[in-house]
Design a protein around this ligand. Structure first.
Ligand code: BMA
Length: 293
């Protein structure tokens, strides 16, 4: 089973006329709301600082973009940029986890919005150690907010769960999934898209890195009531670098998802290709869930 790439990929390319996004656009968060697809993509210009741009679309393929970023680095924890956003809807607000990057390291930070354009910063939520690839679950589970994240003080880099009462203070950290030595996801793994609720469990689209530093996307299923419980991990990747725009770019051989939307019985999975352009691939929900039989 493989995702179907959109024929018109890449759907977003750098815009030389806008300094802040003149070099690279990649790794977009995605959310479907009120009949529109919204993308929040990481953009880099000549200063090599990541800002977050915004695009909106009716069909999920053709996006109109704002000429200015909607989220720009602020404060000491973000001097290097705001990387790899992930957005979810939770209790009628939208929340974005992102990687705050500075000389001090990489940290998981949180922001919220009601309108996609003006964002309120809620600060670094996982202090002290380097950490990235944080995705929030789109609802409370057993009374707690839940997040997957990827602490960087251990080898191999693995996916952990954490719980919170207020979205700011997190505890109950526990490893839930590790790389599978020798496999396509044998060296490093991290959550890619925020978990999607299905009748079979929480569907996690994650990325895996192999010994040749190739980034691929895979899927795993977690228990609906106990998201620390891994129910199934598909042995094969669902997307791997194959097209020219995935094989060659700023970093070669990379597909890196940060957002997926369920619309009309299908998943639209948005990803950065070779850290340079934004692409989309789709799969019928039914077809994907069959893997979990
Ligand atoms: C990861 C992140 C991603 C990037 C990927 C491949 O560590 O920094 O933003 O897409 O590497 O270069």
């Amino acid at each position: 089973m493989k995702l179907r790439r959109y024929q018109g990929n890449p759907i977003l390319k750098p815009k030389v006329e806008n300094e802040w996004e003149s070099r690279l656009v990649f790794n977009p968060a995605a959310i479907y709301h009120n009949g529109l697809f919204h993308l929040f993509y990481r953009a880099m210009g000549v200063d090599n600082v990541s800002r977050i741009g915004y695009g909106v679309s009716l069909d999920g393929f053709n996006f109109s973009r704002l000429d200015k970023p909607v989220f720009i680095p602020e404060g000491r924890s973000e001097t290097g940029g705001c990387d790899d956003p992930r957005v979810i809807r939770l209790e009628d607000k939208f929340y974005m986890t992102y990687t705050a990057y500075s000389e001090g390291g990489v940290r998981v930070a949180l922001a919220s919005t009601a309108n996609f354009i003006s964002w309120k910063r809620l600060g670094v939520i996982l202090p002290d150690i380097d950490n990235k690839d944080a995705v929030l679950f789109p609802e409370k589970i057993e009374g707690k907010y839940v997040m997957f994240h990827r602490p960087m003080d251990e080898t191999p880099l693995s996916i952990w769960v954490a719980y919170s009462d207020d979205l700011i203070n997190w505890n109950g950290h526990k490893k839930v999934m590790a790389p599978k030595a020798g496999n396509w996801d044998g060296v490093t793994i991290g959550a890619s898209c925020p978990p999607l609720k299905t009748e079979k469990g929480w569907l996690l689209i994650y990325h895996g890195v192999d010994e040749d530093a190739v980034y691929r996307l895979g899927i795993a299923l977690f228990d609906l009531k106990d998201p620390s419980m891994l129910l199934y991990r598909h042995p094969e990747p669902i997307l791997e670098p194959q097209e020219d725009y995935e094989l060659r770019g700023e970093v070669h051989e990379v597909v890196f998802g940060c957002g997926a939307c369920e619309v009309g019985g299908a998943y639209f999975i948005y990803y950065g290709a070779a850290d340079r352009v934004v692409c989309v691939a789709t799969i019928k929900k039914e077809e994907l869930l069959k893997l979990f039989n």
